[in-house]
Unconditional design. Structure first.
Length: 640
């Protein structure tokens, strides 16, 4: 990809020599000459293995098509597409087609982004028999499982056993795909059961071509809609290595590879003259706060102010404490702004923010109030992005259209996922758990009072604490009293969102300081409370929670190396949607599944008003992943 077209012409002899001895060139080069014999199907298989996409008719580098004895291919190392005319197994002619690359550099940039997006969409970890998958060249199929198949080497005649994904198409057609070549596979995410066609039928190529045309129209409309954001600029950020090293030295843990990549992604965004709009998606406890800290430092080092918005006072207080501790040796002033402060304190703080005396302000929706003015706000960080509405997110951006936006989420809302997948937002996925972290042992079962008693007693016996989720304010106190009766030796407290905020913070401090063993709470605990000693959570009625919400709440435990437990109880009569949610939670027990849960949530709930009926129909035919991949490619092509 790095080499220009001319390089391949100038170095053809060396490339052909390398094919004889070097496995890289053997795997990634096909050299064809006229009047020579080749197995047509071997060439098609080789193109497939090299990552070329099978289409109805070629238009871009990296594509190929086949109609009878004619193969059209657009190599990534030539300026034009080529047509190979076979007579039997002999190539009669190789014709240069009038389908060409106008700008080599831009074409390769689009192709690199296409390959990157394929990697993003091809996450098929934890698939199971019966799931639907989408093969880029052959369409939607049912996954039957992985089989071991004995293969004979044509040259040596030696037999070896290899693993294959087995995909079933209509009329029992089967495709065996070698494990390791799954880059062309993606999960089927749609709003209805998919139609499955026969393997090798032209229906899939026709479907892709039709949807590609529709997608290009949509890309134009979306680009027009976002055109204002596309042309806005601001001065690029400059790194301050001394300050960065000082802050990084205070991080007590080993960064995960995904964390480091997300930090690099943000640095790259901020080094460009175009405002950043990035979402960092990572499970609870995967280190998103550290990314927020390093991003905030970069903005302050460039003489900008930073605003961090949190959905709850509890989370804002925790962030304020953490930021204050990490930045204590740096010449940076941090303020926490919420309704916890007296009116006089708030007025004083707002005055200092306006005068530019405060560098980083951390707060709740209070930051969006009409009386708030910043001297030089440039970076807005939204924690738990899914808890804020579109209007709230855009409020500060209206005052400063060039504002840089960093959103943090474990389970992004459908609109955000859709925009990120379609390349209107940049996304960094954090799916690697921190060292020493183990998955939460999750038990989903009908309500059992005895099981609750056993789970609590086990946790308290090992010196831990327990969350008990009861999501009804009216009966929360009675629930606390019931628990007290069959757990008399335990200290039990309760909180809910209608309490006075100072009282909530006081109870949370008592819980943090281990004065309370069991905290009975509503979903107020959903956002970002980090208490490593709390390693059991009991959800009294999980059927009342949304999928992403239940996943988020389950992540309140398991914040340390200690084995953690989640008990999700449900009543006898479950609705089909509630049953589907609980099934999805049960299947997402491994660490780092938040992004996949968000996609599943989007599938169950639908994508809201971001998609019209036309788009929804197209998505059902090819799946959300491939649809968004096509849209992202169309957008990048038009942008370039």
């Amino acid at each position: 990809m790095e080499k220009g077209f001319i390089w391949f012409e100038e170095n053809l002899k060396e490339i052909l020599d390398s094919i004889k001895t070097q496995s890289f060139f053997q795997d990634n080069v096909v050299f064809l000459e006229t009047r020579k014999n080749y197995n047509v199907y071997e060439i098609l298989r080789k193109l497939d293995e090299m990552g070329y996409e099978k289409v109805f008719s070629v238009s871009d580098p990296g594509e190929f098509s086949q109609k009878g004895g004619i193969i059209e291919v657009f190599p990534i190392n030539t300026a034009n597409a080529l047509r190979l005319d076979f007579l039997g197994n002999t190539i009669e002619t190789i014709e240069v087609l009038n389908i060409k690359v106008e700008d080599e550099k831009k074409s390769k940039e689009v192709l690199i982004k296409k390959l990157t997006s394929q990697k993003l969409f091809s996450d098929i970890k934890n698939i199971k028999a019966g799931d639907y998958l989408v093969h880029l060249d052959h369409g939607v199929a049912k996954f039957l499982g992985i089989e071991k198949v004995k293969i004979e080497n044509e040259k040596t005649k030696e037999k070896s056993e290899e693993e294959y994904y087995v995909l079933e198409y209509a009329q029992n057609d089967k495709l065996f795909l070698p494990v390791g070549l799954e880059r062309k596979l993606s999960r089927y995410v749609g709003f209805a059961d998919p139609a499955v066609s026969r393997l090798a039928s032209i229906v899939w190529q026709h479907t892709k071509r039709k949807i590609k045309e529709d997608v290009e129209k949509l890309a134009k409309e979306l680009l027009a809609l976002y055109s204002e954001k596309e042309i806005i600029t601001r001065p690029p950020y400059v790194s301050d290595h001394a300050l960065e090293s000082q802050l990084t030295a205070g991080f007590l843990y080993q960064e995960t590879p995904d964390q480091l990549q997300a930090i690099e992604d943000i640095k790259k965004d901020l080094s460009l003259p175009k405002p950043m709009d990035r979402i960092v998606c990572g499970d609870v406890g995967f280190g998103k706060t550290e990314i927020a800290m390093r991003s905030a430092l970069l903005a302050v080092a460039n003489n900008y102010q930073v605003a961090i918005i949190c959905p709850t006072t509890i989370l804002a207080s925790q962030h304020f404490a953490n930021f204050t501790d990490r930045f204590k040796n740096l010449p940076i002033k941090i303020a926490g702004l919420s309704r916890l402060q007296k009116k006089s304190e708030q007025r004083k703080m707002i005055k200092e923010i306006k005068e530019g005396k405060i560098d980083i302000v951390i707060g709740t929706h209070r930051i969006l109030s009409a009386d708030m003015e910043f001297k030089n706000l440039q970076l807005l960080i939204i924690d738990d992005e899914q808890r804020f509405g579109v209007k709230q997110k855009e409020k500060l951006r209206k005052k400063n259209p060039a504002l840089d936006l960093l959103s943090l989420s474990a389970t992004p809302i459908p609109r955000t996922i859709y925009l990120a997948l379609s390349s209107f937002k940049n996304i960094s996925l954090m799916q690697t758990p921190p060292q020493g972290r183990s998955a939460i042992a999750t038990h989903i079962m009908p309500y059992q009072k005895q099981k609750i008693k056993e789970a609590v007693e086990f946790e308290l016996a090992r010196g831990g604490q327990v969350y008990f989720l009861h999501n009804r304010v009216e009966t929360i106190e009675k629930t606390k009293e019931k628990l007290s009766k069959f757990l008399p030796s335990a200290s039990i407290g309760f909180i809910h969102g209608r309490m006075d905020e100072k009282h909530i913070v006081k109870i949370m401090d008592d819980f943090k300081n281990k004065k309370i063993d069991i905290l009975v709470a509503t979903t107020i605990i959903e956002s970002g409370i980090d208490l490593p000693n709390v390693n059991t959570i009991i959800i009294e009625d999980a059927s009342r929670l949304g999928l992403a919400q239940a996943y988020q709440i389950r992540g309140r435990v398991g914040r340390s190396h200690i084995k953690s437990f989640a008990y999700l109880f449900y009543p006898k009569n479950l609705t089909p949607v509630a049953r589907e949610r609980l099934k999805a939670l049960d299947e997402a027990k491994e660490l780092g599944a938040g992004y996949r849960i968000a996609l599943k949530d989007m599938e169950i709930r639908g994508a809201g008003n971001i998609l019209g009926k036309e788009q929804s129909g197209s998505i059902n035919k090819i799946g959300l992943n491939l649809y968004c991949q096509m849209l992202a490619e169309a957008v990048e092509k038009m942008r370039s």
